[in-house]
Design a protein around this ligand. Sequence first.
Ligand code: 4AD
Ligand code: MG
Length: 477
Amino acid sequence: MKSSNVKELLSMAPKLQEVTVNGWVRTFRSNRFIALNDGSTINNIQCVVDFEKLEDGVLKKINTGSALKISGTLVESQGRGQNVEIQVSNIFVHGDADPETYPIQPKKHSLEFLREKAHLRIRTNTFSAVMRVRSALAFAIHQYFRQNDFHYFHAPIITGSDAEGAGEMFKVTTLDSKNPPLNEEGEVNYKEDFFGKETNLTVSGQLEAETYAMALGKVYTFGPTFRAENSNTSRHLAEFWMIEPEMAFYDLDANMDLAEDFIKYVINYVLENCNDDLQFLEKRLLDEEKSKPQAERSEMALIEKLKFICENNFKRVSYTEAIDILRNCKPNKKKKFQYTIDEWGADLQSEHERYLVEKHFKCPVILFDYPANIKAFYMRLNEDGKTVRAMDILFPGIGEIVGGSQREERLDVLKDKIAALGIDEKELWWYLDLRKFGSAVHSGFGLGFERLVLFATGMGNIRDVIPFPRTPQNAEF
Ligand code: 4AD
Ligand code: MG
């Protein structure tokens, strides 16, 4: 008989039909009730067994974590919170799980404990809910771009350039690190390396995406990017996924419109398609917050928070206006900002971003027109000569979720900028070619996928929204 998944079974009417289902035991109570889960949904199907009819040896193999094939009759359930259950006629044990050594027991495990068990944590309700939402978001992202006539562009992972100019790159080399070949100047001779030059894992697919936007019009990348920044925070990973649309003939305003519309679309998608998982995550969060003082609890429950994003405009504010707000505010009578913003031109710290979003505007904020000297070389210089057409989107509880800009399309201005920053023009010859041949206004942005998943699931640490997090001193799995 064809087997069904739990999600299908739970939506069927109990017409006493024979069914078969495969899955893992979540709990086994009173030698009678198996809660079986197969990952298709957060919900388990209850399977009722008559243990006296079970084959010898099967009973003691039914433990939390065992993989079973269960056949029986789908009947109406008397239990609360479920319409159907299976009256079991046969159980096949694919593989058992020793209760003495299986780490994922039916009790609350801390997220820290589960990080040490990254290969098994997906078997918990929390992680399966998070990763289903992650998967749905990825699907929604492709769907949004497809519906809006974007082409999916695959940026290279190994690159010879530093897209952000921030020097936070992982080197890719086949040279012997202890005994590398040296050139006449006594420096490492990368000419002898695999690619004949220094290479690294990409920090962003933007520069390559620009080349495609200048022919295909609207493109996006969605893939892993790498940063060797040593920030051990709940918002940073060394390997994270980034979505980077790049559009010819878009100025910064059109770029901001797209970013806002895109974020609302994908959040709305999970609201419409991940209700069970979101309900579970919302309840989990409420339980967690009970132990916090009232002032630290969030004002909105998860689903309400996601709806708020979809239904309200993001506030657009220039960097200069934001600095004025921060200079004149009293964030908290007792506790001042750790870093005060005295000077125009300083970069905002996350506490400033959070103040603007969570206390001042109380909604997502798009900050634009940043000082040129704190942003990357490729951003378009404004007529004032000191700000660039950059935009960051700041989200409540997250901080920066998007970084983007209108790109500098004028060859002479871009060359001056590159020279001023001491970047070797020869490294970017192909990028400069785009400004020589059919150059045009264009824009794009990068959305940190894990920061989006953090927001959509209400989780607190970025390590818990990617299957195998890569952070400093941590690449166990
Ligand atoms: O602001 P960033 O550095 O912008 C770029 O890389 C541009 N080239 C994007 C573009 O215009 N195409 O990074 C973009 C976003 C950030 O806003 C943040 O959400 C995320 O990527 N991000 C990280 N996420 C997790 N861990 C890290 N270490 C991250 N660094 C950036
Ligand atoms: Mg940024």
